[in-house]
Design a protein around this ligand. Structure first.
Ligand code: PEP
Ligand code: MG
Length: 758
């Protein structure tokens, strides 16, 4: 049958239902009327509604079955055809119901007269709350159009049942009812920590309250406008994607665009509106249908695409419903755990960290900038939790245990008890580590290591004192740009730099000039050229800064003036060839001379450093090192380029190990050359913040690290239990002849010598 037929049959039913919904009669009377309307419209001898009451499906209204059976016939979840539909959330369409293995005969109904059977679940907030079934004496299956109409009606019924407060809140042990059960979901720990809170969707789901339209033409206009707006948004995203939102962003946007402009999709939504649904209900109805189709096709690639369509469909519903903002703009509860597919660093920074108890992502990876930002904010993050947005409801109680790589959803009493015991243990452990605040990071064989912290926001810097760090080894100046809606002017930059210098007191702070681009998108800085295929390797950091000299000059002035009378330590990101360092330094020096000529007060000392994040630069150290005051190895970028593995790609997150001989050999060569030139070298990537990795770094001669503040205590404990001399010797042997599993070998070595690895 054609669209037109489908639309007509649903429309006849919905017109009838519209009057029923609007009437003031009692819920039971409404349901009695509904079964009559549907039965008549589909020329079906039987039409029945079963509702879930106290975990059991009860016959609530019927046309065609014996009336004595109403409120008497009851089926458990999974019992009989009706029970199977509710349990699985799937449709059944049978020409001979009695031959189905799950058929359960209920004598009181008198259903032996009927052969064909079709039933659809009635779904509310993604869980089956009842079943709508039709039966016929002829042994013929119902056609697609009839099933379509039943599904549309089931959606309206869900609204009617909810309004009549007939929704059963008893948790059901069913596949379709799983969204109410306690469960444990596993993922990858991205930022350690534990948090207790309530699920908040970054992009909140809209609960559709009105399903039947009063004015179809008005609904059509609403959808039309929403499509226009959504297409505009997608086009804008594509235009401003020069700084990317992660490695896959170009692909994702392409797919979004394809769906946004898909004629078939908008036509199907329009047909659903013609059948009498509101704009929101029509979009959701089409989405339900697509979801059901995808269920039948077992293709992981299509399933991915389905995510995109879901995203877009939700966006369209939000636009229609006029709810555009993310949870950050809508007033956050005190104990929120944020749920998202993925987030950009700037999106996360919009949230008030005091209210955020954790973040759970469907994607995410260890060195993506959103992870680094979350770490800086002290918010635990669990990544790569499959299907999390489907399995969790907004407002669900959650226990996030990133230490154990898991999330407890709607936890049972035992889960809560176990979680709280672990939390108490962890707090005790943290207190013990905090007691190391004043302890010096000196190895067992008497070598003083330098442990600094990474920071990027004003408040981060206070951690230097709180954890007893030696200073700030990396201040990411781009964070100020990421949190600003407009380009921060020189005065604002200068004020921030002054504030953080004051906060660290006598301890050193190393400012890194802007590293924007890659996954650090800044909407107000637009690339005039074509969107980049590989933003991480594109026009970012120093490359951008040297081309847009104005930006760098302003920053140089802000830094020089903020450090007047003090020491300025500045380094440049993503230097790929020595001349880039020379040019950046010359630019700073020119600003210094200008300030001097104009009688401004200057820093007493300026130390110029360089980040080593691009492998090619390691081959030029003999040329570069004589120009440098210090070198800082950014292992996040360096290792992604060494292994040619996108740091933001979740599929590659576990594939290569920081403790691989390739990385350690590479780093050791750098350390040796830097020592020869007496240039101090620091590791400021995430690698240095993990105890076993940091131990390996000490093993290859690293003496300074700059890490996330939360890791300082554990690192000091490791250092204070380590014989660095013995490890260096062993490391020489391992790197000359690598064992099969260097991580394992290091762990064994640490365990037998009681080195504190956590
Ligand atoms: C790095 O790449 O290791 C680094 C420290 O810089 P960022 O993480 O900010 O790119
Ligand atoms: Mg980097």
């Amino acid at each position: 049958m054609s669209f037109a037929d489908a639309t007509t049959s649903a429309r006849t039913i919905l017109t009838g239902l519209h009057d029923v919904m609007a009437s003031r009669s009692h819920a039971q009377a409404k349901l009695n009327r509904v079964v009559e309307i549907i039965g008549e419209a589909l020329s079906s001898e039987v039409c029945s509604i079963y509702l879930l009451r106290e975990g059991v499906l009860e016959l609530y209204a019927t046309r065609g079955l014996k009336q004595e059976a109403v409120h008497v016939t009851k089926l458990a979840m999974g019992e009989g055809l009706v029970g199977v539909i509710a349990k699985t959330g799937r449709i059944l369409n049978l020409d001979e119901a009695t031959t189905h293995p799950d058929f359960a005969y209920k004598e009181e109904t008198g259903e032996e007269l009927y052969h064909s059977f079709a039933g659809v679940p009635i779904v509310h907030h993604e869980r089956a709350v009842g079943v709508l079934a039709v039966q016929h004496a002829d042994p013929r299956p119902y056609d697609d159009v009839e099933i379509e109409a039943l599904q549309t009606v089931a959606m309206v019924l869900a609204e009617l049942i909810a309004n009549a407060e007939l929704i059963d809140e008893t948790p059901a042990d069913s596949e379709a009812g799983r969204a109410t059960m306690a469960m444990r979901l596993d993922g990858q720990k991205l930022v350690l920590g534990m948090g207790e809170g309530i699920a908040v969707f970054h992009q909140p789901r809209i609960n559709i309250e009105h399903t039947v339209a009063d004015d179809t033409e008005a609904e059509r206009q609403r959808v039309y406008q929403a499509f226009r707006k959504m297409r505009e948004q997608i086009d804008d995203m594509a235009k401003s994607a020069e700084f990317g939102v992660g490695g896959d962003h170009a692909d994702v946007l392409e797919t979004y665009k394809m769906f946004a402009y898909d004629e078939g999709w908008s036509r199907r939504i329009n047909a659903a509106i013609d059948s009498g649904l509101t704009a929101e209900a029509a979009i959701e109805r089409v989405q339900q249908r697509t979801r059901a189709r995808m269920h039948e096709i077992d293709d992981p690639l299509l399933a991915e695409r389905m995510h995109d369509l879901e995203d877009l469909s939700n966006r369209l519903i939000r636009i229609v419903a006029g709810q555009l903002g993310t949870a950050a703009q809508m007033g956050l509860r005190d104990d929120s755990i944020l749920i998202a597919r993925n987030l950009g660093p700037a999106e996360l920074l919009e949230y008030d960290k005091r209210r955020l108890k954790g973040v759970v992502l469907e994607e995410g990876s260890l060195t993506a900038h959103v992870t680094i930002v979350a770490r800086a904010m002290g918010v635990p993050v669990l990544g790569r939790v499959k299907d999390v947005r489907r399995l969790i409801n907004e407002g669900d109680e959650l226990l996030l245990d990133a230490e154990e790589s898991c999330l407890y959803v709607r936890p049972s009493a035992t889960m809560v008890e176990a979680f709280e015991a672990r939390l108490a243990r962890r707090q005790k452990q943290r207190e013990e580590l905090r007691s190391l605040r004043d302890a010096e990071p000196v190895t067992v064989d008497g070598r003083r290591m330098t442990v600094m912290i990474n920071a990027g926001l004003r408040d981060d810097v206070e951690a230097v004192d709180m954890v007893g760090a030696d200073g700030v080894g990396l201040f990411r100046t781009e964070f100020q740009f990421l949190v600003s809606a407009t380009l921060p002017r020189r005065e604002r930059q200068q004020r921030l730099y002054k504030d953080v210098i004051e906060a660290v007191g006598d301890k050193p702070i190393v400012f890194r000039t802007l590293d924007i681009g890659g996954d650090k998108a800044v909407p107000y800085l637009r690339n005039d050229g074509a969107p980049e295929e590989n933003p991480a390797m594109g026009w970012r950091a120093l490359r951008l800064a040297l081309d847009r000299e104005g930006l760098m000059k302003v920053q140089a002035r802000a830094l020089l003036e903020a450090t007047a009378g003090k020491t300025l330590r500045v380094m440049f990101p993503m230097v790929s060839e020595p001349w880039e360092f020379d040019e950046a330094r010359a630019l700073f020096e020119a600003q210094r001379v200008w300030l001097e000529d104009n009688h401004h007060m200057l820093p007493t000392h300026i130390y110029y450093g360089c980040m080593l994040e691009v492998p090619a630069l390691a081959e030029m150290l003999d040329v570069l090192l004589p120009h440098l005051d210090f070198l800082s190895i950014g292992t996040n970028d360096l290792t992604q380029f060494l292994f040619a593995a996108d740091r933001a790609d979740p599929r590659l997150a576990d594939r290569y190990d920081w403790l691989s001989p390739a990385i350690l050999r590479f780093l050791r060569r750098i350390v040796i050359q830097a020592k020869e030139h007496e240039v101090p070298v620091t590791v400021c990537g995430e690698m240095g913040g993990r105890t076993l990795e940091a131990m390996a770094l000490i093993g290859i001669g690293i003496e300074q690290v700059s890490i996330t503040p939360a890791a300082v205590g554990a690192l000091k404990a490791m250092i204070r239990s380590l014989d660095a001399g013995a490890l260096r010797q062993r490391m020489e042997e391992w790197l000359a002849q690598p064992p099969d599993d260097l991580r394992h070998a290091l762990l064994d070595w640490a365990e037998t010598r009681s080195v504190a690895i956590s």
